[in-house]
Structure formats: structure tokens, C-alpha cells
Write a protein that binds this ligand. Structure first.
Ligand SMILES: *Cc1c(COP(=O)(O)O)cnc(C)c1O
Length: 401
């Protein structure tokens, strides 16, 4: 290319990337050459136990789910080449939206290309500058971005701190808010913390506020029937807005949704920009998602097995001497504290046939580096025992236990 006066821009981009490398913040992508499962094959041909997927129920490669995707491909085609309101709505889309509402205990739902879009397109159509959004400080990036696109006043409460939530609600009232919406992740992905929705609902009610939750790390397995955080906390049917993903427990492909009262979903269909101006979800994903809901409504076997695996692994890893964040979620943070050690532990575990990832600043606070294990219903005891033995060996070698 001829030299041009845009060279300084490209120089700037290269130096930004170089800065990330030097700060140890550069993310690399490990290439997998197999489907997602209890084990995966990496590009160098090794078969390793996978403990870092959001494949909570093991549905990413489940034969019935894969077959349903094939069937929808045959009956409804590969794609629709359209947004929903032009010619991108099939019977399958309408059925899935109604089925998701039933599963989640709401009235209606609408589909998005991703949960990131569901959150991105949620707030701006519903609330304006006269209103207030009260948000947990550790909410997911897509919630933060969605709130930024909305003119409502923003209030941030300290993570999982109900007294601070109450303070924000009082402040919003004092500031003259017309409508108030409290919004929180149902489950926080770095710690596996489960929001105290029963208490949050009570506080929101006391202040005349709506309550919305992001159920990406909950839908399909939390609660006795796997309906989510609201079911676990005893407030099923009492949540105003639910966003979630089809890309984690509910099949693992892609796609997201917002679910709630009929009138809210109707307005979002008219005004939510990622819904209006982005392509419809592919028929194979919609058909497979319907098969997922069939499976989960028929039997709780998968979420029950995930719960067993979680209990077993959490008890055994703690007994081995590792320091974990207590809880009941299949996200198990194994605390290493030191960023270099966390990376060494992950690297050694990979050599020993266990795939996990180290998380450190800025993804988690400084001095809080960890390995985040995620359990799945697809793991058998034998996988967990092999992983536990590898953790014990690597932990001893690195002086962690
Ligand atoms: C994964 C995740 C999302 C994004 O979901 P996608 O469907 O992959 O866009 C949004 N919110 C939370 C809390 C998540 O964990």
C-alpha cells in the first residue's frame, strides 16, 4: 500500500496491542478441534478434561439437541435473510418465545441474536430521563452498556449489598424518579454468587420499584425445576424483566431473550434496536432450543446430576486443601490470589490433562487471582476424580496446598 497520512492511526493501534502484551493482559485463544464435551481435543491432538465451558447441562453436543437442529434445517432452512418484522418470523420463533415465557414464569418473550443484545436493547425503549435504574456494581458488561444507552438516571449499589440498594432507592425517590428499576445478575460469573432475589424483591416492592434480572448463568439448572434464580429464591412469577442466553446451559449455540409482561414485550418488539435492526435467530438454533425445553420440562435429571457433581467437586477440592469461594453454584472459584501462580497452575493442569483458565486483574480485583472451574452434567465421576488428582498434584508442586 502507498504511504498515507493514516499511518499514525495504524501505528497507534499496534502500540495499543503491544501495551496489552506488556501489561500481561493480552488474551490468546486456544483452538479446539472437537465438539464441546466432558473432554475436548486441542489443536495439538491432546484430549483434555474441560472444566471451563458454560456447558452446564451438557447440551452443547447432546444427540437430541443436535438432531433437532438437523430437523429444523431440513424443515425450515438454513437462514431467513431478514429481520423479524420483514420476513424473518417463522412458526418456530413464535413457539419458542411462548415456551420460554412458560419456562420462566412470565407472559411473553422475544428473541435476540445474543443476550448481549437483549441487555443492550432493554433499557432505552422502556425508561427515560424521568426514571431511575439501580444496578449492582458487578453487573455484566452488556447490562452496563445497555444502561449507558438509556437516558434514565443511574444509581450503582455495592455488590450484593442490600443496605446500599435501599440507600440508592431512597436517593432515586428523593431525586423525583417517576419509575424505578432495580437490575441485577441472577448469578455473578466470577464468584458464582447467587443474588438474594427474595430480599431484593421485598425491598423493591417497599419502594415501588420494578425488578429485572439477567439469568445467563442460571436458566436451565438453578432451582428445583431448573427455572432459574427466581425459582431457587422462591420468587418465581414475581420478576418484572428477565434476560438470558441460549448460549450457555440452554444449548450453547447462540441467541438471547427478554421475557416479561405482555405489554413490555410488545413495546420492545416495536422499539428495541438490536431486535429491529439485526437478523433473526437461525431456524436450526430455534428448533434445537425447543428440544432443550422439551428435555428440561420432562425431567430434572440433568440439573440434578449437575447439582451432584457440584457438591462432590466442591467438597473434594476443599478437602484437598484448596481455598474456594463457598457456595452452591457450579462455578467454583479456586483462589490462588497471585496472578503469576494462577497462570502457572492453569498451565500445569493443562499438561496434566485438565483444561481450566486463570483469571486475574482486571477481570477480577488485584490480589484475587483464581482458577474458575465450571462443572457440567456431562462430567462423570471419573472425569472429576482425574481432575481432582491433577489439582492435588499441581497444587503441591506449586506450594498452594
Ligand atoms: C454470557 C453472558 C451474557 C452474554 O450472553 P450472550 O448470549 O453470549 O451474548 C450476558 N450476561 C451475562 C450475565 C452473561 O454471563
Amino acid at each position: 500500500m502507498p504511504p498515507s497520512n493514516t499511518d499514525p492511526f495504524y501505528e497507534h493501534v499496534r502500540s495499543e496491542v503491544q501495551g496489552l502484551r506488556e501489561a500481561g493482559l493480552y488474551k490468546t485463544e486456544r483452538v479446539i478441534v472437537s465438539p464441546q464435551g466432558a473432554t475436548v481435543r486441542t489443536a495439538d491432538g491432546r484430549e483434555v478434561i474441560n472444566l471451563c465451558a458454560n456447558n452446564y447441562l451438557g447440551l452443547s453436543s447432546h444427540p437430541q439437541v443436535v438432531e433437532a437442529a438437523h430437523e429444523a434445517l431440513r424443515t425450515h432452512g438454513y437462514g431467513l435473510s431478514s429481520v423479524r418484522f420483514i420476513c424473518g418470523t417463522q412458526d418456530l420463533h413464535k413457539t419458542l418465545e411462548a415456551r420460554l415465557a412458560r419456562f420462566l414464569g412470565t407472559e411473553d418473550s422475544l428473541l435476540y441474536a445474543a443476550a448481549f443484545d437483549a441487555n443492550g436493547g432493554l433499557f432505552e425503549p422502556l425508561l427515560g430521563e424521568a426514571d431511575a435504574i439501580i444496578s449492582d456494581e458487578l453487573n455484566h458488561a452488556s447490562i452496563i452498556d445497555g444502561i449507558r444507552l438509556c437516558k434514565a438516571r443511574r444509581y450503582r449499589y455495592r455488590h450484593n449489598d442490600l443496605a446500599d440498594l435501599e440507600r440508592c432507592l431512597q436517593q432515586a425517590a428523593a431525586d423525583g424518579a417517576r419509575f424505578k428499576l432495580v437490575f441485577t445478575d441472577g448469578v455473578f460469573s466470577m464468584d458464582g454468587t447467587i443474588a438474594r432475589l427474595d430480599e431484593i424483591r421485598r425491598i423493591a416492592d417497599a419502594h415501588g420499584a420494578l425488578l429485572g434480572i439477567d439469568e445467563c448463568h442460571a436458566s436451565g439448572f438453578l432451582g428445583p425445576r431448573g427455572r432459574g434464580t427466581h425459582e431457587l429464591r422462591g420468587v418465581f412469577g414475581q420478576i418484572d424483566l428477565i434476560t438470558g442466553t441460549l448460549g450457555k446451559a440452554l444449548g450453547g449455540a447462540s441467541g438471547g431473550f427478554t421475557s416479561g409482561r405482555k405489554e413490555v414485550i410488545e413495546l420492545l418488539r416495536q422499539r428495541s434496536r438490536p431486535y429491529l435492526f439485526s437478523n433473526t435467530v437461525a431456524p436450526s438454533i430455534v428448533g434445537a432450543s425447543l428440544a432443550v425445553l422439551d428435555l428440561l420440562e420432562r425431567s430434572t435429571a440433568l440439573r440434578d446430576k449437575l447439582e451432584d457433581n457440584t457438591r462432590y467437586f466442591r467438597a473434594a477440592i476443599a478437602a484437598a486443601g484448596f481455598d474456594i469461594k463457598p457456595g452452591e453454584h457450579p462455578i467454583v472459584p479456586i483462589m490462588v490470589y497471585d496472578a503469576v501462580k494462577a497462570q502457572q497452575l492453569a498451565a500445569r493442569l493443562l499438561e496434566l490433562g485438565v483444561y481450566v483458565v486463570g483469571f486475574f486483574f482486571p477481570v477480577v480485583p488485584k490480589g484475587q487471582a483464581r482458577i474458575r472451574v465450571q462443572l457440567s452434567a456431562v462430567h462423570e465421576r471419573e472425569h472429576l476424580d482425574r481432575a481432582l488428582a491433577a489439582f492435588a498434584q499441581a497444587g503441591r508442586e506449586l506450594g498452594l496446598i
